[in-house]
Design a protein around this ligand. Structure first.
Ligand code: UDP
Ligand code: MG
Length: 315
């Protein structure tokens, strides 16, 4: 089995950590090359995501010093997911396997060994899964774990406690390329590719320098992106609620009509209230129906592959 490894590292304003990250990754690569686990043409590819600091200059210097480092420079800041995809798509034909990781080394690089091993045992995708969240604040842990649960309820296939630290084989990347969507939520897309997968657990550390490029606002919008890119369930909720409200108020109105016909007195405000609920329910129900169609159009517009063939036996 060929074993040329590329590690893709998206970087946004990472001048404080880049040299240290490069040093540690290089040590890891040299050890793996020496052990014969990866090819000597393996590379560490930094993707500069439109940084405003010296990140790209440092990447160029690193490349000049040692060809083990390569670099991709994006024309402007496109966000972590796009930067990562840009890196993956740039190196996919050069590598046999690609590992994506963050520049701040929060993803333990010692998990690389295990990932490569699992790739050698035949896995096409190896998910890095963090085993505990002790370094996170209570708030982050609570929201993150709750989020995975909500996503599961919405029918989105996610790997619990896995972010974007993963290994993908060449053919898994070819599969990823088939997903043409612009609203990227990689951790939702990758499980849809299929093939044999495995997980490698690791302990996630703290960012060793610099600050997070993911403030709360960005994190929330990313979480929302995940839901809206994969699930049309919110539409179903509107539809269901509209159906329930209009159904219930319709029954109430019928009951009032029967009372009226039987000569039982009913208050006029009851009729007014009943008809308000009924019309609101009907409006909601109609929006839900329109939403269901829009949901279909939305999913169609993503032009996702309907299948990926693993093997064709024909002789
Ligand atoms: N990043 C990026 N573009 C952005 C924001 C972040 O390429 O617009 C990179 C960043 O350099 C880092 C990774 O994405 O390598 C994860 O960011 P960060 O560590 O700040 O996120 P956190 O770990 O705090 O969630
Ligand atoms: Mg980080």
């Amino acid at each position: 089995m060929n074993n040329c490894l590329y590690v893709v590292v998206p970087c946004y304003n990472e001048e404080e950590v880049l040299r240290e990250t490069a040093k540690r990754l290089k040590e890891k690569f040299n050890a793996l090359i020496k052990e014969g686990k990866i090819d000597k043409n393996s590379r560490i590819t930094f993707v500069n995501d439109g940084s405003k600091d010296k990140t790209w200059e440092i990447i160029k210097e690193l490349h000049k010093e040692d060809k083990i480092f390569s670099g991709v420079n994006l024309s402007r800041n496109r966000g972590h997911q796009n930067a990562l995809l840009a890196g993956l798509m740039t190196v996919k034909d050069l590598a046999d396997m690609v590992i994506s990781m963050d520049a701040d080394l929060q993803d333990d690089i010692n998990a690389v060994d295990g990932m490569v091993e699992k790739y050698m045992q035949g896995a096409d995708i190896v998910y890095g899964v963090r085993n505990k969240r002790e370094t996170d604040t209570f708030f982050k842990r609570f929201t993150a774990e709750g989020y995975y649960k909500v996503m599961k309820k919405m029918g989105v296939d996610l790997v619990f406690n896995h972010a974007d630290y993963r290994l993908m084989s060449k053919r898994a990347l070819a599969g990823l390329e088939e997903f043409k969507e612009v609203n990227l939520f990689l951790r939702g897309i990758v499980p849809q590719i299929g093939y044999k997968t495995d997980i490698e657990t690791y302990e996630r550390g703290e960012r060793f320098a610099g600050e997070s490029k993911y403030p709360l606002k960005k994190m929330l919008s990313f979480a929302w992106q995940g839901i809206t890119s994969f699930s049309v369930k919110p539409m179903d909720v509107v539809l269901g609620l509209g159906g329930f409200i209009s159904g219930a108020s319709f029954i109430a109105m019928i009951a009032m009509l029967i009372c009226f016909l039987c000569g039982i007195s009913i208050k006029s405000w009851m009729v007014v209230l009943g008809s308000i609920w009924l019309s609101c329910g009907l409006v909601m129900f109609s929006i839900g129906i329109v939403g269901a169609y829009i949901g279909k159009i939305y999913m169609e517009s993503k032009e996702r592959p309907r299948f990926i063939i693993e093997e064709f036996i024909n002789k």
